[in-house]
Write a protein of this length. Structure first.
Length: 226
């Protein structure tokens, strides 16, 4: 069983510096009623003790205000190294289910899929668009019978262009070339996770952000195309 996602459960919201998880509406309602009764009682019997109650009441009001904002304020973006995803998995992924997983598990509201453009692959591109991904193409050239369309620079550039628009990034790659990007985002508290398509994730990624690596091999039962 997967660990509970920050974006699942009875309630979640994020402020700039704080994550609050697992608070139910019933619990908040009970808290507010209790604090109100505390203030009412002590304002009559012990006014000198009212300060603590007022602080609690203010806290509960702040919680309820943030609750009203809801988890739609969380805006995480996914940046997917399409070629690495294709080569790293030894099973066929269902792109629609993958995008839904990113939204549910990591609060992703926008998913960039970086991929080289080959005209014969147009059906694949249409599948990705229908799944909800924003495609970023790289012109492919053929060298010695091999197609070359590395999108590393495009992915890094897009992550920097959109830096102010998302809360945190989800990188989908096993490629060590992105270790510097992962480290930089993590230092800014802007890295949610690195999803590695391959079990042989680059040592550089594992070294720079060891606590943020997740392996997609564990998701086969959920995301394999059937």
């Amino acid at each position: 069983m997967d660990r509970l996602s920050p974006y699942q459960g009875p309630f979640f919201f994020r402020t700039t510096n704080t994550d609050v998880r697992g608070i139910t509406l019933q619990a908040l309602h009970t808290l507010t009623i209790g604090v109100t009764r505390y203030i009412t009682l002590h304002s009559v019997t012990a006014p000198e003790n009212l300060t603590g109650g007022s602080a609690l009441f203010g806290f509960s009001c702040a919680i309820l205000y943030l609750l009203g904002k809801g988890d739609y304020d969380v805006k995480n973006y996914a940046f997917i190294d399409g070629n690495n995803l294709y080569l790293g998995l030894n099973w066929r992924i269902d792109y629609a289910r993958f995008y839904e997983y990113l939204k549910r598990k990591y609060g992703v509201v926008k998913g960039y899929y970086f991929i080289g453009y080959i005209q014969d692959n147009e059906p694949l591109y249409q599948d990705l668009k229908r799944a909800g991904f924003d495609l970023v193409f790289k012109t492919v050239v053929k060298q010695n019978g091999v197609f070359k369309g590395n999108c590393d620079a495009e992915l890094v550039l897009q992550a920097m262009i959109d830096l102010a628009n998302y809360d945190r990034a989800v990188l989908v790659t096993s490629d060590g070339d992105f270790a510097c990007l992962a480290k930089h985002l993590d230092g800014l508290n802007k890295l949610e996770a690195v999803l590695s398509p391959s079990n042989r994730c680059s040592y550089l990624l594992r070294k720079e952000v060891p606590g943020k690596i997740a392996f997609m091999s564990n998701l086969r039962a959920k995301l394999e195309y059937k």
